[in-house]
Design a protein around this ligand. Structure first.
Ligand SMILES: Nc1nc2c(ncn2[C@@H]2O[C@H](COP(=O)(O)OP(=O)(O)OP(=O)(O)O)[C@@H](O)[C@H]2O)c(=O)[nH]1
Ligand SMILES: [Mg+2]
Length: 453
């Protein structure tokens, strides 16, 4: 997969924007650049992290563009190899022509993630850090960014390495006894040994548990707006989003289908679903289908906001909406009941619901912070050890299974079997940082990266 003789080239930026960046990495970076970027002096005795204003020229010495160029000397570069980065005008022609010139002169088009793959192979970062970089590029919200940047910084790797060290120490104590054919070394104190393994098992379990909790950070919290027709669901959604996503009107039954919209609340991605109003009595097939979709939205949501129009008496429709929520919501769902249209005159409210108004904005921030605070608590304080990657989750679960199986047979004091379990647990953890990860898995991971990264 890695041929150190190849020098690779690729565009590193997207089609929009004023500046385009082309990256070249590999042992011939400077000798190829010399033929295209003039004057060639910059590449005769290349300096580390030096910048130059150079001309990009074709084989007939025609000017293609003037560009800022940076030279990086191995091993002090992103990939750990000699590298050149060109910052030129982002015209599709200039980019295409320049990349072609590099290919004509001996470079090869880089594959997805190949720069990061080389950085990994050359020990510039471990696998979980490389995966963190990919997550960093994809991060849409503050929380996604916080987790990714922690991973890039190596905090997850540090945590894994600490567990590994403890496992290696335990393993060496076991293996020295396997080799001890003259039985000169005392037996292991099983209670002591058990205590250490249980401690490790707890630490790993805590990490794997964060995986399901962290899912909403990646995919967003799903929030459904549910209530009787005309209770103000669509108006509330529009107010939260700050634009008119849903049609609103004083005609009950305006929204007939579910409507999704994504936004960020308190640094967390939120996926809102506006639903068709619930009617206790209807034979209209479209309304019935709309209500089926509302039920599905309730089933799939982490948070359900129930709206009761404060200017109206409790109706059969309101009761039916509550019933649908209670019968369909997940056990773990957070049900938030609010009085809508708080700006309208109202009879003394029967319940202690939060009063919100889509018209004046009253308590909208309060409503959103109730949601984000609740979700924040789930992850608060342990960003270093939060697991968002299914691959990491699987590796940790494998390690945990090995340790737990070992705990079951520990009293038998069969050192060979004990050492085998410990080795398997270690292998599983090393897969996270990439020490023992098989090539096909590596290739799958880096294929998910964008070109030029
Ligand atoms: N005064 C006031 N009127 C509101 C408020 N929210 C919604 N309304 C009005 O109530 C009516 C119904 O609002 P919608 O947002 O369409 O209600 P809905 O729950 O989406 O209704 P359906 O889609 O029919 O189920 C509209 O005339 C809105 O202008 C509010 O906070 N204050
Ligand atoms: Mg509506």
């Amino acid at each position: 997969m890695y041929n150190p003789n190849d020098t690779i080239v690729s565009i590193a930026t997207g089609p929009k924007g004023a500046i385009g960046i082309i990256r070249i990495s590999g042992k011939d970076s400077f000798s190829i650049s010399k033929k295209i970027l003039k004057p060639e002096k910059a590449f005769l005795e290349p300096k580390p992290n030096a910048s130059y204003l150079l001309k990009i020229t074709d084989e007939n010495n025609n000017l293609i563009d003037r560009a800022m160029v940076i030279t990086y000397l191995a091993p002090k570069s992103y990939t750990g190899e000699d590298m050149v980065e060109i910052f030129c005008h982002n015209s599709p022609y200039i980019i295409k022509k320049s990349v072609e010139l590099f290919i004509k002169n001996g470079a090869r088009q880089a594959r997805e993630g190949e720069f990061s793959f080389r950085a990994f192979i050359n020990g510039k970062m471990d696998l979980s850090q490389a995966e963190g970089i990919n997550e960093l590029l994809k991060a849409e919200t503050e929380k996604q960014h916080k987790i990714a940047i922690n991973q890039v910084n190596g905090n997850l790797s540090k945590k894994i390495n600490l567990i590994k060290e403890e496992l290696i120490e335990t393993l060496s104590e076991v293996e020295v006894r396997i080799d001890d054919s003259y039985e000169e070394i005392d037996d292991i104190s099983i209670s002591d040994f058990e205590k250490r393994l249980k401690n490790l098992s707890n630490i790993i379990k805590k990490m794997t548990d964060t995986y399901s909790k962290s899912e909403f950070i990646k995919n967003g919290i799903k929030i459904a707006l549910v209530g009787a027709p005309n209770s103000g669901k669509s108006s509330l959604l529009n107010r939260i989003l700050g634009y008119e996503r849903s049609i609103t009107s004083d005609i009950p039954g305006t929204t007939r289908d579910t409507i999704e919209a994504v936004c960020e609340i308190g640094g967390i991605k939120a996926v809102f679903t506006d639903t068709a109003g619930i009617r206790a009595k209807t034979n209209d097939p479209i309304e019935l289908e709309g209500m089926e979709r509302t039920k599905n939205a309730v089933k799939n949501s982490d948070v359900i906001i129930y709206l009761k129009d404060i200017s109206q008496n409790q109706s059969e429709d309101d009761k039916m909406a509550l019933e649908i929520i209670e019968n369909n919501a997940k056990d773990s769902a957070f049900i938030l009941k609010v009085y809508s249209k708080s700006d309208l005159s109202h009879i003394k409210p029967k319940y202690n619901y939060l009063k919100v108004s889509a018209k004046t904005g009253e308590n909208i921030d309060k409503l959103l912070s109730l949601i984000s605070d609740k979700e924040e608590k789930v992850i608060d304080g342990f960003y270093d050890e939060i697991i968002t990657s299914y691959r990491h989750y699987q590796c940790l679960s494998n390690a945990l299974n090995e340790i737990n199986s070992l705990l079951k047979i520990i009293n038998e004091k069969n050192y060979e079997i004990i050492s085998e379990h410990l080795r398997q647990a270690l292998n599983a953890l090393e897969d996270i940082t990439g020490k023992t990860t098989p090539e096909d898995v590596l290739s799958k991971i880096f294929k998910n990266f964008c070109i030029g990264k």
